[in-house]
Design a protein. Structure first.
Lengths: 496, 39
């Protein structure tokens, strides 16, 4: 790696992040309600769209899709397609609902459906889950630096963590949104240029020759996004269930929706967010397929993990490697920053304000959020240096949110009962831990725990909710009682 | 190979978005009708 160019990348990130952050902080110095956490609820369509797309485009997308493509072929694009379905569900469902109800956190919505104790339980667990994801993102930043420079992962995580804190500390959600807009442009410029450059560096025929190689070696399914029927069932559908069930009620994805100017803004944002997120996977899949077809990269030790990245580093000129570094960094930093903000918002609103200082001023809340951002980011960077396994960690962590999704849907659309909600949460979380850390999978005839945690928590949650709701007399669901609440774009209904 | 994967994915994404909007519109219409009826 050419150090002047690395310095250029870091300088670019600093100028965009700090420059935009300080400018936005000054421009919006008059404190609107929820200015720091929700940008005063006035973000426009492009900013909401890009922020939604980049929030769920992080380490798993960048490091995971290369590896999945190497193992399974183009069907790995379904990891991105699952996120498109998730964004559709959020932009037309849960995101619109939280914006309409005027809540600031997901646990606050649970307060309305299932009571204060449920809210506190979920806020603690959701903050914990998000913190776990944050450590994985910090590790991802470290790996990106380590792949494209000669730094070690720990040094990369520290440098990236500082950039991640700067990404949010000046102007909160508004800063994340506008910096995302600039970074998304750089990200796509880097991806498109890298894909074109690799095409020209490939043997005669470019990507067409790569396709011909797979067909001639009887691997046609590797270049089809439909793969084989087995892969569609065991990979594509598993991903859709896990991603949609666990992330559609996550604070990190709903906070940009809560910050939108109106419900219409969220619905329109889908047209931009879906292709931005989904097509990223396409570029990653194509690059990985190109690397896999070349013997010098296919023969590498641990080729699925490093084959595609090695091809990029060895083939691209330093200036384009630098743009790609900036684009990958931008994607992970945006996720890192919004997770920090989500955890801090949950702590400030659901614990600090709800339990201890109900009349906290806007400035006090902003200070609390900033302090928590710095604390959680620092701890996450320290934990990331222990290098927890990325995909296993993601699967286990997100399964914790599946019962939250189930009780929220039940509380909104069917019946509200605090006892049923809390029992469901606790039983499903115990099942998730038992599935990963005991011999339960083997006892039920599975070879290992695999990636079935989301299925386990989903099935347990649904059974518990069905039995509980049929057995007790609860209040009707939030939207069943009086139908869908009126559009509340300009005012926040209800309070903590 | 690139254009095949790119175009198939793009059409799939658009199909998901359009189907999502269609379903959301149908549900919204149905919920609206129910609300008007009960009111």
């Amino acid at each position: 790696m050419d150090y002047p160019l690395l310095i250029g990348v870091l300088a670019y990130e600093l100028v965009v992040i700090v420059g935009l952050g300080v400018w936005l902080q000054r421009r919006h110095s008059v404190q609107a309600k929820d200015e720091f956490a929700l940008a005063g609820r006035d973000l426009p369509v492009p900013v909401v769209a890009v922020t939604l797309a980049l929030t769920v485009l992080g380490t798993a997308h960048i490091l995971g899709v290369f590896e999945m493509t190497w193992m399974m072929g183009a069907v790995a694009v379904w990891f991105s397609i699952a996120h498109v379905i998730l964004l559709t569900f959020v932009c037309l469902g849960t995101g619109v609902w939280v914006r309409r109800l005027g809540v600031i956190t997901v646990p606050e919505l649970l307060n309305r459906t299932s009571g204060l104790e449920t809210r506190l339980l979920v806020s603690c667990v959701m903050a914990g889950v998000l913190f776990g994801v944050l450590t994985v993102e910090a590790q991802g930043i470290g790996i990106i630096f380590a792949t494209l420079t000669d730094w070690n992962i720990q040094t990369g995580a520290i440098v990236g963590g500082v950039l991640g804190i700067l990404y949010v500390i000046f102007a909160g959600m508004r800063e994340i949104g506008w910096v995302n807009l600039v970074n998304a442009t750089v990200m796509y410029a880097g991806l498109i240029l890298a894909t074109v450059f690799i095409a020209f560096s490939l043997p005669e025929g470019g990507y067409a020759a790569i396709g011909e190689y797979y067909r001639s070696t009887d691997q046609s399914s590797a270049i089809s996004i439909w793969g084989t029927p087995e892969l569609m069932v065991n990979f594509a559908i598993v991903n859709i269930v896990a991603v949609v069930f666990s992330q559609s009620v996550s604070q990190m994805l709903l906070q940009p929706a809560m910050s939108a100017k109106s419900e219409k803004t969220i619905k329109q944002a889908l047209w931009i967010a879906a292709p931005i997120n989904g097509l990223f996977g396409v570029f990653a899949v194509v690059l990985a397929l190109a690397a896999r077809a070349q013997p010098e990269y296919a023969a590498l030790d641990d080729a699925p993990k490093i084959g595609a990245a090695t091809m990029l580093v060895e083939t691209l000129p330093p200036w384009l490697g630098a743009i790609l570094l900036a684009s990958f960094l931008a994607a992970i930093l945006s996720t890192f920053a919004i997770i920090c903000l989500s955890i801090a918002t949950i702590f400030a609103k659901d614990i600090f304000q709800a339990l201890y200082v109900p009349n906290a001023s806007e400035n006090t809340m902003k200070m609390v959020i900033r302090i928590v951002i710095i604390i959680v980011a620092s701890i996450a960077i320290a934990v990331a240096s222990l290098l927890p396994p990325i995909l296993a960690a993601m699967i286990w962590l997100f399964a914790w949110l599946v019962p939250v999704f189930c009780i929220l849907m039940s509380g909104i659309l069917w019946k509200r009962h605090q006892g049923v909600a809390i029992t469901t949460l606790i039983v499903a979380w115990i099942a998730n831990a038992a599935w990963s850390f005991s011999a339960l999978p083997q006892a039920l005839g599975f070879e290992s725990a695999g990636s079935y945690n989301a299925y386990v928590t989903a099935i347990v949650s649904m059974i518990m909710i069905c039995i509980g709701n049929l057995a007790v007399r609860g209040r009707p669901g939030l939207f069943c009682e009086n139908g869908l609440p009126a559009n509340a774009d300009s005012s926040r209904q209800g309070a903590i | 190979m690139f254009w095949s994967i790119f175009l198939q994915s793009l059409f799939l994404i658009l199909a998901i978005v359009i189907a999502g909007r269609f379903i959301a519109a149908m549900l919204s219409k149905s919920a609206g009708g129910k609300n008007n009826g009960s009111a």
